[in-house]
Design a protein around this ligand. Sequence first.
Ligand code: GBH
Length: 497
Amino acid sequence: MNLLGFVFSLFIIGVSSKCQRCFGEDFMWGAATSAHQIEGAWNTSGKGENVWDWFTHNYPEKVRNGSNADIATDSYNKYQEDVDLLGNLGANFYRFSLSWSRILPNGTTNNINQEGVDYYLNVLKALQEKNITPIVTLYHWDLPISLHEMGGWNNPLVADYFNDYATLCYSLFGDYVKYWLTLNEPISQCYYGYGSGGHAPGYTESGTMTYMCAYTQLLAHAKAYRSYNETFRAKQNGKVGIVLVTLWYEPATESDADKQAAEWAIQWALGLFGHPIFIGNWPQMVIDRIGNLSVAQGFNTSRLPAFTETEIELIKGTYDYLGLNYYTTLLASPLLDFTDYENVTVGYGYDRNVLSSYDPSWTQSPVSWVTLFDVPAGFRAMLNWVANNFGNPPVIITENGWSTYIDLLNDTDRIQYIKGHLCSIYKAKYVDKVNLFGYAHWSLMDNFEWSSGYSEGFGLVSVDFTSPNRTRTPKASYYYYQKIIKSNCLEHCSLNN
Ligand code: GBH
């Protein structure tokens, strides 16, 4: 090698040691939304009412500024623009959800709304034209009101209605859809909807209903997974999974009690749903804890519904892949002494027994849910926890994102968040060997943020909610993410922490 060549090689080594970290060519990049948060058209074109329509219309005080999703981002009419935005982003996939009551206005298969079916076929065709893979969630919290009136997720028979709906969707859309997700974040649905009451339907029975809901949702997921196996897999050759979430928890101190608190916090979220699916039955410490407390509290049986042997087998193994959502990290200590079984209030928070705090050095979102901090390390830790506890299943990140004021176009804090979090999953995948195959940012665009209404936005694209056009404007983070997708590489990602 001549001198010039030698100097040139040094230059190349110099550039690459600036920590260019490249993902494999088959790694999938995408963005996510959900039906109720974007579609609008809440009572037109044959759509039936869902529990969030009912909740926002009847309890406007439960949502910031009394907002609702009657129009939202109007994606029912503007889906082509959404698909164009995904195309320009360079997205390989789009994670979106189907509105159950748009397809089945009463929730049941005796009445199919053809206009709703056509809408989703149009979305799927538009995606196909741009070579964007659909990853379709069947249920993202928008239960048809008729099923809510039957008790909603407190009623185990709703699992059968979900199975009917899922089966219909496989047959209607299965030619286009190869990645299905049954339920979005059952812990959030069951806790915020049936426990804290912040979400529809607004029940506040976290010591009982949260677990009934969990029981029914696990049965619903499992039945829908089995139906795919029995009737569709051979022909359609797709994959079915579920979306789970946890706040990541680190022990507040190195004490054993704090370590146990952090572990329990994860078990009461990821464990509650992941253990039945990946290992079989509820986690043992959850069974023991709720059982013991229930007795001490005067219940005849545990507040945690017991699975029969048949149900355990039905649920076990019902995954082809796992969708994981990660947003943030908190610190954990015990709420009460772990051995104190007397005088413990009935409730999920007391069962879980975690007192949360945070590190004041963490950057906090200026607008979001009580606690959204930018803590990339928790992402890697969560992925490792899942790989270690659930046998390293194929995982795709179905949500990860940061909240800002909705009109902020120069969203440098979101860029900072994305940068750190992508570096963290890079390390999980390539250093720790977690079986991760894709990443979706939440969200493609600002949308109806549940009980926060439109007071905050997770979007890469801003939406003008004051204009009937719902004009979409990409933020700085959209262009930042576009560059990453195009190069498939990260710059300045150090492997040292
Ligand atoms: C995801 O849930 C959802 O899947 C998605 O639809 C949503 O838009 C996204 O997060 C962003 O929030 O106000 O303190 O009571 C993440 C779990 C559950 C976290 C509800 C915030 C309310 C917290 N979320 N929770 S608080």
